[in-house]
Design a protein around this ligand. Structure first.
Ligand code: ATP
Length: 293
């Protein structure tokens, strides 16, 4: 029997595309080193990426930029040279925009919060009236809960409309007006890799907040995963063509689980704290298992 050297064994060449190195990226680098996988870190926050077939030396691009457009475009350029990116450009473009995400989910009968899209101040006022207060108003792009607003009456609504109109970004002037789902004072975040659910945890809403983001102090706690939750998370990931995504789920008093959003560059500090699962190792093991030559 011939024993393969580590290099022969793992013929994969990986591009780890980043714009900053967070704890998540450090863990990915550690997992790559531990498994002796050949990789380069491409920092698109500092380095240009040419349209160049030489990029085709990479088998896989792990796309990790925090900035949505850096993630989207670096994935597109790598894909153009034949690199398989995780996530794909298509998945990033869908998940990076909540309206595109909801459109895919709704079309595929995956429950979402009742939502209305409004693209002008007049349309927003009408949408507020149709939805009724209290309601949530959020822009289609953004993360860490920024600009996600709980609006209790028309005065607060008018303030939000005015502020958004002042922003120099067309997408931020579009509003998603949404039912406020207060039910359990928490939201659930699951991670799917490939077609499997890695796990889920809950983020409890901290004091003086109504949002559960870990970045805002949301407290990660373990939960029991039932079949419905598992099925919903896997289906939602599939519908947006996500290969490594996190899925945010709210619990509705009548409708049960509803998908709030998906993230194509998932953060996983909170997930690891609550579940003890090393997401970086699982992702690299998955890549080795599925894509090793
Ligand atoms: N319709 C809603 N009803 C109740 N709470 C909501 C609703 N929409 C958002 N939230 C709360 O606000 C938080 C942030 O909202 P959302 O996830 O839509 O924004 P985000 O900026 O994309 O956040 P993330 O960093 O998770 O990507 C959610 O985690 C949830 O706690």
């Amino acid at each position: 029997m011939k024993f393969l050297s580590m290099e022969e064994e793992y013929k994969l060449k990986i591009a780890l595309v980043v714009d900053i190195i967070r704890q998540e990226e450090k863990l990915l680098i550690k997992a790559l080193n531990d498994r002796n996988v050949d990789y380069d870190v491409i920092n698109v926050g500092q380095e240009p990426i040419p349209f160049n077939k030489a990029l085709g030396k990479y088998d896989i691009g792990i796309i990790r930029p925090v900035s949505m457009y850096r993630a989207l475009y670096s994935s597109a350029v790598l894909e153009a040279s034949g690199v398989h990116t995780i996530n794909s450009t298509e998945a990033i473009s869908i998940c990076g925009d909540k309206i595109l995400t909801y459109s895919k989910l709704f079309k595929n009968s995956i429950p979402i919060p009742d939502s209305i899209i409004a693209a002008s101040p007049d349309a927003v006022m009408k949408a507020y009236e149709q939805m009724g207060f209290p309601l949530i108003d959020k822009p289609p792009i953004g993360s860490w809960g920024r600009m996600v607003s709980l609006i209790r009456d028309v005065y607060e609504g008018k303030t939000i409309i005015e502020h958004r109109e002042m922003l120099n970004n067309a997408a931020l002037k579009v509003h998603i007006i949404q039912e406020y789902i207060k039910f359990k004072n928490r939201d659930i975040r699951c991670i799917v890799i490939g077609e499997e659910l890695l796990g889920c945890y809950a983020r409890n809403i901290p004091p003086n907040e109504w949002r559960a983001n870990v970045a805002l102090g949301g407290n990660p706690t373990p939960i029991q995963v039932d079949d419905k939750l598992r099925e919903l998370a896997i289906n939602a990931a599939k519908v947006v063509k996500g290969e490594f995504v996190s899925i945010d789920i709210l619990e509705h008093p009548m409708k049960g689980y509803v998908v709030n959003e998906l993230n194509d560059v998932p953060e996983f500090k909170g997930f690891m704290l609550a579940t003890g699962i090393n997401v970086a190792e699982k992702l690299i093991d998955y890549i080795i298992k599925i894509y090793r030559a």
